[in-house]
Write a protein that binds this ligand. Structure first.
Ligand code: BJW
Ligand code: ZN
Length: 226
């Protein structure tokens, strides 16, 4: 039987495309830490600041392209006959632009807007003017479709079920600073999966992995997939 894979990706996988990581150099935005902008409290207190942050990030997507790591994962997705799930913490669309299909955005997507009143989603390629109304319920409650600190990441039941069935868990380009994603390695290990970390430097939970390979994702991921 073919092995079942779960692959977790973080900001490091998009770094070589030119998207800044959160906790490395350039990890501040206009002097704000991500922990101060990505909260429901920040959205309530200063919605324009939070919308501006995501508008700038969305606009920046137009200037970047998937890199060799995204392409290698898309090729693996296309070729792997067994179960496979790529769980990304990234809110960019570089995995899908590379052609990955078995993909889940656990922290949301820059190119989606969420109605805080009814939960409806709509595609969002441009900034939405303040006061734009939800097409489903009519409330002026559209917010970035992003999982803020203190909010439950998306599709946790599906992720946990995939981890329970996984033979191999691979973590790529994530610092292991943010839960629950940082705990997936322990979960996968407890369920009996083998575990590998591919990262530029050792992550917070590095010791929990059976194997760690250090280097840039654009080099390590194609070599691992080959
Ligand atoms: C390369 C490379 C190259 C560089 N090649 N590698 C205390 C203890 C434990 C938990 C908590 C706690 N207090 C609060 C919590 C929970 C909290 C949390 O974990 N906080 C921590 C800061 C401690 N988590 C949450 O709140 C989450 N929700 C939750 O727990 O719900 C449960 C619950 C809810 C309600 C009631 C009760 C329970 C939600 C977390 C949401 C995270 N959101 C963000 C922002 C949204 C997206 C966006 O704006 O873009 O998601 S934060 C930010 O961090 C973003 C990322 O997805 C996430 C992870 O970052 P990532 O991807 O790891 O990036 P970096 O920059 O940290 O690391 C990059 C790595 O790449 C580095 O290691 C580099 O070395 C490497 N790298 N270049 C390969 N070329
Ligand atoms: Zn609505």
């Amino acid at each position: 039987m073919t092995a079942s894979l779960v692959i977790l990706t973080g900001a490091g996988v998009s770094a070589e495309s030119g998207i800044a990581t959160f906790r490395g150099p350039g990890g501040l935005w206009e002097g704000h830490r991500v922990e101060d902008v990505c909260t429901p409290e920040a959205l309530a207190a200063d919605p324009l600041l939070v919308h501006r942050f995501y508008d700038a990030r969305r606009a920046a997507l137009a200037a970047v392209e998937p890199n060799a790591a995204h392409r290698a994962l898309a090729a693996l997705d296309a070729a792997w006959p067994g179960e496979l799930l790529i769980v990304t913490q990234n809110v960019d669309d570089l995995h899908e632009r590379a052609g990955t299909r078995r993909l889940l955005h656990m922290h949301g997507e820059l190119q989606s807007a969420l109605c805080a009143a009814c939960g409806a989603r709509r595609p969002r390629s441009e900034a939405l003017p303040p006061g734009t109304r939800c097409e489903t319920c009519g409330a002026a409650a559209l917010r970035p479709d992003i999982v803020f600190f203190g909010e439950m990441p998306y599709q946790m039941a599906r992720i946990e079920a995939a981890l329970a069935r996984a033979d191999l868990f691979v973590s790529i380009g994530t610092s292991g600073a943010v839960y629950p994603a940082a705990g997936f390695v322990q979960l996968a290990d407890a369920y009996g999966a083998d575990t590998i970390e591919l990262n530029l430097e050792r992550s917070a939970g590095s010791a929990l992995f059976a194997e760690t390979r250090l280097g840039p994702a654009g080099t390590l991921v194609p070599a691992w997939v080959a």
